[in-house]
Design a protein around this ligand. Structure first.
Ligand code: PGA
Ligand code: ZN
Length: 432
């Protein structure tokens, strides 16, 4: 007990994310001399009830997006609160962070300040214990490599000329290993580039590295991706399935869904019928935020209709928050939850939300944000949870592949003990 390492110093810096916007990086130093850092990501299509990311709103710096106030909160209030705390007691660290902020939404110190500190402490605790982060968070049995979902075609708020649907993802669930899944994804990504070029469409990329073509409809994006899967030599649905994230709140206005690319304005019932049609026509295995984040009734109806054929993921709906997830469980909305650390703001609360999801039979999909850094913690988190699924954008661009490359390293580290989640990650696909 006497030589248990405690937090000796904690400090922050303002760095840039992948969109060129400021974000928070936190460094923790322990009494043992161990140091570790973590950087915080940032969303664009954020859920209404996410923990609050503190921005300076000083128009003279970074268009108001500076994070110097969050940095100051780490250097002062958070440092005062955490100094002397055992580094390996993550729950205590996070309780202290929550108490120091004192608000439900973490707007006082800022979720960016709080998550940076929480994650940096977890990293320091792992180093101190001599364990890789996935083992430190997930225990001795963590050995499942997630199916990577590659967002190869971007639209919505991540690609403004693109489809209304924000994300079209390759899901290589038929691959034998993570390494092979990565190859399936990269080859198909390049095949899609060729398919788009042949069709005279743009191969410029969006925030998450996927192409942003101007297409005549949302469905055409799926058709082109299916063509790319075949062109790369894979079988759609068998080797590589498809996942989508319409991020439907971003085109929901006055009670209706406005699909600009399709020239359609749909009611909730019509939107559900639209997705049911896609599920019947395409090898879709994952459908995230198919409705707006206040359309709980719609979510219950959609889950009733499609919940045994496809994974229905709540992202903006649940914002990685136990409270909203519990409501979803009670009202039978979705059968899966997206897990984003910065939506809730601490490592412990994230793990607790995942635990609740598993206990209710929901799957978990660990996720990056559209604004990312080279921090790879989510790769370790996915293996720690053993949830079998991760999305980190296209298999291109440094901040996206950093996570996939970390998973390659974890797979290598695990050697013969590594197991690729594959199709088993999606228990909802019984009737397909
Ligand atoms: P965001 O998008 O990071 O911009 O919120 C990701 C998502 O909607 O899943
Ligand atoms: Zn989403």
């Amino acid at each position: 007990m006497s030589n248990r390492a405690v937090i000796e110093a904690i400090s922050a810096d303002e760095i840039l994310d992948s969109r060129g916007n400021p974000t928070v990086e936190v460094t923790v130093t322990l009494s043992s001399g161990v140091t570790a850092s973590a950087a915080v990501p940032s969303g664009a299509s954020t859920g209404e009830f996410e923990a609050v990311e503190l921005r300076d709103r000083d128009p003279g710096r970074y268009g108001g997006k500076g994070v110097l106030s969050a940095v100051k909160h780490v250097n002062e209030q958070i440092a005062w609160a955490l100094t002397g705390t055992p580094a390996d007691d993550q729950r205590l660290v996070d309780e202290k962070l929550i108490a120091a902020d004192g608000s439900e939404s973490k707007h006082v110190l800022g979720a960016n300040a709080i998550l940076g500190a929480s994650l940096a402490c977890a990293r320091a605790g792992a180093v101190e214990s001599g364990l890789p982060l996935f083992r430190y968070l997930g225990g001795a049995s963590a050995h499942v490599l997630p199916v990577p979902m590659f967002n190869v075609l971007n639209g919505g708020k991540h690609g403004h000329q693109g489809p209304d649907v924000q994300e079209f993802k390759l899901v290589p669930l038929g691959a034998p290993t993570f390494r092979e899944a990565l190859r399936y994804g990269a080859e198909t990504y390049h095949a899609l580039g060729a398919v788009l070029a042949d069709a005279g469409a743009s191969t410029n990329v969006g925030d998450e590295g996927g192409y942003v073509p101007q297409l005549p409809s949302n469905a055409v994006a799926v058709e082109l991706i299916l063509r790319a899967i075949e062109r790369a030599g894979y079988r759609p649905g068998e080797d590589i399935a498809i996942g989508i994230d319409p991020a439907a709140s971003s085109f929901y206005e006055n009670g209706h869904y406005h699909l600009t690319r399709d020239n359609q304005v749909l009611s909730s019932e019509e939107m559900i019928a639209y997705w049911a049609d896609w599920v019947s026509r395409y090898p879709l295995v994952s459908l995230e935020d198919p409705l707006a984040d206040n359309d709980w009734k719609g979510f219950a109806a959609l889950t009733r209709e499609l919940g045994d054929k496809v994974q229905i993921v709540g992202d903006d709906l649940f914002v990685t928050n136990r409270k909203f997830l519990q409501r979803g469980i009670d009202e039978h909305c979705c059968n899966s939850i997206l897990i984003k650390l910065n939506q809730i703001g601490t490592v412990t609360e994230t793990l607790d939300t995942a635990e609740l999801a598993f206990s209710a039979g929901y799957t978990c999909l660990v996720s990056h944000r559209s604004g990312e850094t080279e921090d790879t913690s989510i790769a370790d988190l996915a293996v720690a949870l053993g949830c079998g699924q991760i999305k980190s954008g296209a298999p291109a661009r440094g901040e996206r592949v950093a996570k996939y490359n970390r998973l390659l390293a974890i797979e290598r580290m695990l050697g013969k003990d590594a197991r690729f989640a594959g199709r088993e990650a999606f228990h909802q696909l019984q009737r397909r």
